[in-house]
Design a protein around this ligand. Structure first.
Ligand SMILES: N[C@@H](CCC(=O)N[C@@H](CS)C(=O)NCC(=O)O)C(=O)O
Length: 213
């Protein structure tokens, strides 16, 4: 029996936490607050996450923020041998952390979020076409290198088994696809395999704030 409440819906970061819930078969409640709605600044949410960012997970008396940390927490706390999303073997876990850091820093923060800020939200962050072009070019260079890793025929980043880093990667790839970025074939296939999973489909529905109305 769990006592899980997930705060946040509607973004490429919040879907990671919804997706983990569904991969792990967990029942949860959701407070579907949204970015730039003012809801992250309200006292009731600031009390949960003083940094005023979504998603955040409340599990009884424990609060954890940051989408990748929520995913890992849910897996290590509630995952089973068959559905765990994070490896337990030390070196496998190190490899997992390596992929997660790369995806979050190089693809999310340095590439897609720069585009989001300076192309998608110029009224808040300012228009910066050169930064946007550079971020797209950087994204292309990085995904080209990732594609080379997949050339050995593996289905997922860690090998044969689907893990949380495939989820982090997929949310960056779908984000890029929405912005008309081409992807190398192997990565497009990884994205398609991941988004065809029933848990992803369920999470997409649950990541829509209207789902919880
Ligand atoms: N690194 C964080 C990023 C969280 C983040 O930037 N969330 C945005 C929405 S995607 C947010 O909460 N913005 C606050 C607001 O716009 O009110 C994570 O992966 O969870």
């Amino acid at each position: 029996m769990t006592n899980l409440t997930l705060w946040g819906a509607g973004t490429s970061r919040t879907i990671r936490a919804h997706w983990a819930m569904h991969e792990l078969g967990l029942a949860y409640r959701c407070e579907p607050i949204q970015s730039r709605s003012g809801e992250t600044q309200e006292p009731r949410y600031t009390a949960i996450n003083p940094r005023q960012k979504i998603p955040a997970l409340v599990d009884g008396d424990f609060v954890i923020t940051e989408s990748a940390a929520i995913l890992a927490y849910l897996s290590t706390t509630y995952g089973t041998e068959t559905n765990a999303l994070v490896p337990t073997d030390t070196r496998q876990r190190a490899r997992y952390d390596e992929w997660a850091s790369f995806i979050l820093m190089e693809l999310d923060a340095t590439s897609m979020y720069v585009v989001r800020r300076h192309h998608g939200l110029p009224e808040i962050y300012g228009s910066a076409p050169v930064a946007v072009d550079t971020a797209f070019a950087y994204f292309q260079r990085q995904v080209g290198r990732v594609a080379a890793t997949l050339d050995d025929g593996r289905d997922w980043l860690m090998g044969d088994r689907f893990t949380g880093v495939d989820m982090l990667m997929t949310t960056c790839l779908t984000w890029a696809t929405r912005l008309d970025q081409p992807l190398p074939d192997t990565l497009a296939r990884l994205r398609d395999r991941a988004t065809a999973r029933p848990a992803y489909q369920a999470a997409s529905a649950a990541n829509d704030p209207a789902y919880w109305a």
